[in-house]
Design a protein. Structure first.
Lengths: 475, 486
């Protein structure tokens, strides 16, 4: 890259909570529009905001984890502007005293450490969602008043890779701390991306261009790549004055950024302190309690997996990617499954199964306790690794405990010799059926399989059985 | 009978000498007559019915609600065209609390649009006239409530007070107006004007009635974070009239006649009536001192009020877009629709205030106007709190005299040399102080009032002093024009 890129991010993430940040309406994604609303969300005359303590707790948790300074008093500001997605005509946010300022986070970018400075993190409310049609706009107030955490970095990132690595790290932290599900598919994360370029030796930053409402990490990546290229081309051709301070949006279809408005059109939000929420003195006791509740974070877990459980870095990285995966893994270890075995099952079998069937780990039938039944049997030599996989699939298919398919004293009969003898016997007692089969009644094949199963009380390995039967009947 | 006090009505109800239904019916009939004479109501609830009489002093008694309180299933307009058809689906907390006490709402009273005026001339239903003289104003913004209580429609009506909106109309109508400490009564369901200055309160014909009603309205409310627990305070029980040794002060720069070289006869009379009241209190053993306060600090009170109230109002009224409620405006874009709705819905006075508020909040002006106003507000409040360490309260005359004539009156945001006498009640809103106005005399057959303001949470003390003063005069329970029919 010819020029040095300077990138700053504003990351909005919905907080997970029972109710909204200033009302008792449910904070829950719902397909049915306008069902999770109260008079407060819709700003009916006389309503007053009631601050949700759990949201403040989670925001403080984020502030602590990101190494921010907390304010002495918690209070809020009104950001005033007219738009149909904002029923009150103002958004309650934190401008004067954010819940955290001057934070710092070391992230891993392709194996290299990078320190990211956090300007501030603040708690605010989301707006309603709008659906624009050619002749009308529909408003869904379900999202209106949903708690949002807005994190603002300093302009300290220098590539699209760094930006996305930072976002991934934050997303993971939020998930690990149960601050948010941070699900981009549900629109729980939205980013504003600021990009400028400069010569390596320049002392002052170039002209900043802002891209609003970029709604996925891959779009953040593409936006940055595109914007660096756009600005670089202009700079190359001596037209850098055409890079102006403005707000643009990322257009997914063309993969380009499109101008929305210039700096002169910037809105004056007329911020002032929200008078209906009294200043709350933050006490150390509460902060200490919150500090104690911080769970082990992905970075530390990764370290533990590598050093204590002797996993490869590659495996560790996959497992910590989602808290639920890491929790599953740790539960396996606690139950006594060998960490490497657990990691293998998780990374190979389980991930493949989840991807193939498009389900999430939380909805996965075979919880660690069940997985242990399989790994135990395998360890004791009762079943082979091949059988283990079969039992894994069978158990998932029939939603029955693996133990149902594992028998201590009488395991599955997979021995070809043993089965051969058994099948010879059965065939010699069913000559009539063999004839019919050979004359074209091929569905009798299942009858023979049934006979084998009947004889072995279901313990014959079906695959081997079928193979032998096919050999004998078709030749 | 509705011209009687709450205590008396309760006695009659308990003894079966009158029924709640009869009182309600009487209040409705009087409302209809008064509506023709003075136009104080937005809605008369003609199908209101009496309620069961219990031990609660308020049970079965009719009352009125200012139309900027949200009332479930009953039109609530804020006296504005922007909400002319708005029927809320929830009750204000104060109304809920009163319902529990067993009172019966019989009407919704008109106000200066959204409480933003002091004349009673800007309601969307027209001018509200003073029952003592229909050519004069009631002042505002709780104009309809003051008019109805003064006329004996019922013993009390709800008001709201952002600058003096309960206490000034009370003075002009010869009744009691009381706004308790900020946060004692929940503001949930009160249409906001300026949230940091808005108070709920009541208009009555006696101090005791005011105490009874506020006892029922108050309480910590989960829906209003600025409320506080006042369960250990019982205002009615605290009134004993014992004021020996209490200390009050008045401000020289406001009440000394020498401040007004061009004083009218009316103003002279008004100040002399004030001095009579001071003497009455002294006779009861109250110590009253004259205090001097930097005139510069006093002179800026109205400007500080305009800055803060207009700024907050601009934001508070931003929910009025005609999109979710209110008559939808015409236009191709949402901006055109909002513009149309707001242009046609608001009266010119409101628009003026909103423009001022918007100007004050602009980035380049905020520090100079809004932030500085906040600082001066703090200075004034600190000065008062310092004085309240030594004194039980501040006592001052209300306004410069009697209610002005309607013709020729304009609602102006400030007046010149008597401005501070006209506007000092705003101090009570700056500090959230408990503040009560009671009638203390007549000029040209029109009532005038006096105000006592005390420290936050000291409501019982303030009411007791007002009660003692009330007891030295014959203006308790007055009905406009005597007890004649409306």
């Amino acid at each position: 890259m010819k020029y040095k890129a300077v990138i700053g991010l504003e990351m909005h993430c919905e907080i997970k909570s029972n109710s909204k940040v200033f009302s008792s309406a449910k904070n829950e994604y719902d397909e049915l529009p306008n069902c999770n609303v109260s008079e407060i969300d819709m700003a009916f005359p006389g309503m007053l905001p009631v601050l949700n303590k759990e949201c403040v707790r989670k925001a403080l948790l984020a502030s602590l984890v990101l190494g921010c300074k907390q304010p002495d008093y918690i209070y809020f500001d009104r950001k005033n502007y007219y738009y149909p997605d904002l029923p009150k005509g103002y958004q309650i946010t934190q401008m004067h005293a954010p819940i955290g300022v001057d934070g710092k986070l070391v992230i891993d970018v392709n194996g290299k450490e990078k320190e990211v400075l956090i300007h501030d993190i603040h708690l605010e409310e989301d707006s309603a969602s709008l659906d624009h049609y050619s002749d009308a706009t529909l408003i869904d107030y379900n999202r209106c008043g949903v708690p949002l955490l807005e994190l603002v970095t300093e302009p300290c990132l220098n590539s699209a890779e760094e930006a996305v690595a930072f976002l991934e790290t934050i997303r993971r932290i939020y998930q690990y701390c149960d601050i948010s599900d941070a699900d981009t598919k549900k629109g729980q994360i939205r980013c504003d991306v600021n990009v400028s370029i400069m010569n390596e030796e320049d002392k002052t930053l170039g002209t900043k261009v802002e891209m609003k409402n970029v709604n996925s990490f891959s779009n953040v990546y593409d936006t940055i790549i595109y914007e660096i290229e756009r600005q670089s081309k202009l700079k190359d051709s001596g037209r850098y004055d055409e890079v102006i301070q403005e707000t643009r949006r990322f257009d997914e279809e063309t993969g380009t950024t499109i101008r929305m408005r210039g700096k002169v059109d910037a809105v004056d939000y007329k911020y002032f302190v929200e008078p209906n929420i009294p200043k709350y003195k933050l006490n150390n006791k509460w902060l200490e309690e919150i500090k104690k509740s911080i769970p082990m974070l992905p970075k530390d877990r990764k370290k533990m997996y590598i050093e204590k459980y002797l996993l490869s870095e590659y495996d560790a990285n996959i497992i910590i990617k989602e808290r639920i995966t890491a929790d599953y893994f740790e539960k396996c270890v606690i139950l006594g499954i060998n960490p490497k075995t657990a990691a293998n099952w998780l990374i190979v079998q389980i991930v493949a199964y989840l991807n193939k069937n498009d389900i999430e780990l939380k909805d996965f039938y075979l919880q660690p306790e069940y997985l242990k039944q399989i790994t135990d049997a395998q360890e004791k030599g009762i079943i082979s690794s091949k059988q283990a996989k079969e039992i894994f699939n069978k158990s998932l298919e029939e939603k029955r405990e693996p133990n149902n398919y594992i028998s201590m004293d009488n395991g599955q009969i997979s021995d070809e010799k043993e089965l051969n003898i058994l099948i010879e016997n059965i065939l010699s007692n069913n000559t009539k059926q063999i004839e019919e089969y050979k004359n074209g009644k091929t569905n009798l094949f299942d009858y023979f399989v049934g006979q084998v199963m009947k004889e072995t009380k279901g313990k014959a390995n079906p695959i081997v059985t079928k193979k032998i039967l096919k050999d004998k009947l078709d030749n | 009978m509705t011209e009687l006090s709450i205590e008396k009505l309760h006695e009659l109800l308990i003894n079966g000498e009158v029924s709640s239904d009869e009182l309600v019916k009487e209040a409705i009939e009087k409302s209809k007559k008064l509506q023709k004479k003075c136009n104080p109501f937005v809605t008369i609830i003609e199908d209101a019915e009496g309620k069961k009489v219990t031990d609660n002093l308020l049970s079965g008694i009719p009352y009125g609600i200012k139309d900027n309180y949200s009332t479930k299933g009953i039109l609530s307009t804020g006296s504005s065209n922007t909400l002319k058809d708005y029927v809320p689906f929830f009750d204000a907390t104060a109304v809920v609390n009163l319902k529990k006490a067993g009172v019966v709402a019989v009407n919704k009273t008109a106000l200066d649009e959204f409480g933003m005026g002091g004349t009673g001339t800007t309601a969307h239903t027209g001018i509200i006239k003073n029952p003592w003289d229909i050519n004069r104003m009631c002042a505002g913004s709780s104009s309809g409530s003051a008019c109805a209580v003064a006329s004996g429609v019922y013993p009390f009506a709800l008001g709201s007070d952002t600058g003096d909106s309960i206490r000034k109309p009370a003075a002009f109508c010869g009744i009691v107006g009381y706004k308790p400490t900020y946060g004692m009564i929940s503001r949930y369901g009160l249409f906001p004007f300026a949230s940091s200055l808005d108070h709920c309160g009541v208009l009555t014909r006696s101090v005791k009635d005011a105490a009874i009603v506020v006892d029922a309205m108050k309480g910590k409310d989960d829906k209003d974070l600025t409320t506080w627990d006042s369960s250990n305070i019982n205002l009615y029980d605290s009134i004993d009239g014992k004021v020996q040794g209490k200390k009050l002060f008045y401000i020289k720069e406001i009440v000394d006649l020498d401040n007004y070289p061009n004083a009218s006869d009316e103003l002279k009379k008004h100040l002399s009536i004030f001095n009579d009241s001071i003497e009455n209190l002294r006779k009861l053993g109250v110590v009253i001192n004259e205090i001097s306060i930097d005139k510069n600090l006093l002179n800026v009170i109205p400007s500080v009020y305009v800055c803060i109230s207009c700024a907050e109002a601009t934001s508070n009224l931003s929910n009025l877009t005609g999109i979710i409620f209110g008559p939808r405006g015409k236009g191709k874009t949402y901006i055109d629709m909002m513009k149309d709705y707001r242009t046609n819905g608001f009266s010119p006075l409101i628009k003026r205030r909103l423009v001022i508020g918007s100007y004050i909040l602009q980035k380049e002006n905020q520090e100079r106007y809004f932030v500085n106003a906040g600082r001066v507000r703090r200075l004034i409040v600190d000065k008062m709190k310092e004085l309240f360490k030594e004194y039980d309260g501040l006592i001052l005359p209300v306004s410069t005299g009697i209610a002005p004539y309607l013709d020729g009156s304009k609602d102006e945001l400030s007046k010149d040399d008597t401005a501070i006498l006209e506007e000092h009640l705003q101090i009570g809103n700056f500090g959230g102080f408990p503040s009560i106005t009671i009638p203390n005399g007549f000029i040209d057959n029109m009532p005038v009032g006096i105000n006592v303001t005390g420290n936050c949470f000291d409501d019982a003390n303030v009411l007791n002093i007002a009660y003692a003063l009330e007891s030295t005069m014959n203006y308790k329970g007055m009905i406009a024009g005597g007890n004649n029919e409306i």
